[in-house]
Ligand binder design. Structure first.
Ligand code: ADP
Ligand code: MG
Length: 323
């Protein structure tokens, strides 16, 4: 059985400003016992999808099943078996971590002994011990987020939804949270669905991902396969003695586009295959190379090439399209 099965799922929001189709017909299956990454830029529909799967929103049409249970008709069964952790969650200001976790444990109807066992384990493993007696209002962002992660696991969920769980956290706490989640998945049978626009995080934690953009699934599968299938270019980065008259690059085989900023960036189908030819052409024009580097495309490059957004730095958006 799959952990998640989604068929032609659509969600429409209507307000004063008009109609937004946040999801425009998503089809997706997610196998059990893995961390699955749901990637997309802001406004892609990630949170909407997580809300529907965790029964907080109703779909406009289509179906979604979690562990075989229909999220619309069997919401209670779904909720019992799921945990949800969002970035920037708030709890009652004057409760401490232990009280918050106990409160949620009671909402799930867990027995006192089970609550105690789970709370002790979560407090220990998430490193909450040092601040378990402090009220939530006095905790730092990182500590608060650890409490939110612990809360999402209090009912020993089979499916854990993590919606940007490390948003706004400093590097160290984000790493703690990621490591903890990975450990939990090794220890027990659990499926986690992680949304993020933090591409490195997803690349590090998930083997399989889906990329959504504007409510549409644009790619889905193994990270490595997606990279191959999309023919994401390599990037040849060269430092030259001058940067004029480079238009000849446009006509060269294998060159997708190029740009000059901090050096010359050339996007090519294969870095190793094209470098010699490019070097030869530069030499012919008496342009000297002082330094060079070939970069392999990362998931970030794949992502940006799909969603077509301009970002700063050594990225795709920097290149003007050729031809
Ligand atoms: N409650 C709502 N009312 C109206 N529009 C909404 C609502 N929630 C989300 N949207 C819109 O749906 C789209 C998807 O939003 P969201 O699922 O939050 O994206 P993401 O989590 O990927 O950033 C956006 O265009 C957003 O403005
Ligand atoms: Mg979101």
């Amino acid at each position: 059985m799959n952990a998640i099965e989604i068929q032609n799922l659509k969600k429409k929001f209507e307000d004063k400003e008009g109609t937004t189709w946040a999801l425009k017909g998503i089809d997706l299956r997610i196998r059990k016992n893995q961390i699955f990454g749901l990637l997309g830029p802001n406004g892609a529909g990630k949170t909407t999808l997580i809300y529907i799967l965790s029964t907080l929103l109703l779909p406009t049409s289509g179906t979604a099943r979690v562990l075989g249970y229909n999220v619309t008709e069997q919401d209670k069964q779904v909720r019992e078996r799921c945990g949800l952790c969002m970035g920037g969650t708030y709890f009652y200001w004057d409760m401490n971590a232990r009280e918050i976790l106990d409160y949620y444990g009671r909402l799930y109807g867990l027995k006192r002994s089970v609550r105690k066992r789970n709370i002790d384990m979560l407090i220990r493993k998430l490193g909450i011990k040092g601040f378990e007696k402090k009220s939530f209002g006095n905790l730092s962002t990182g500590m608060r987020q650890k409490v939110a992660v612990a809360k999402s696991l209090i009912n020993e969920p089979e499916v854990l939804f993590l919606d940007e769980p490390t948003a706004g956290l400093d590097v160290e706490v984000a790493m703690d949270v990621r490591n903890f989640i990975m450990d939990m998945l090794q220890e027990r049978d659990m499926t986690a669905i992680l949304t993020s626009h933090h591409l490195q995080e997803v690349e590090q934690m998930c083997r399989k991902v889906a990329i959504i953009n504007k409510g549409v699934l644009v790619a889905h599968g193994d990270v490595e396969d997606i990279k191959k299938r999309l023919k994401v270019p390599d990037i040849i980065h060269l430092y030259l003695n001058r940067y004029e008259n480079l238009e000849f690059l446009r006509k060269m085989r294998g060159v997708i586009n190029y740009g000059v900023s901090d050096g010359l960036f050339i996007a090519v189908d294969s870095g190793l295959k094209r470098l010699d030819g490019i070097a030869r052409e530069l030499k012919k024009r008496k342009i000297a190379i002082s330094d060079m580097e070939i970069k392999k495309a990362s998931l970030e490059d794949v992502f940006l090439s799909i969603v077509g957004r301009k970002e700063r730095g050594l990225r795709f958006g920097r290149f003007r399209r050729v031809g």
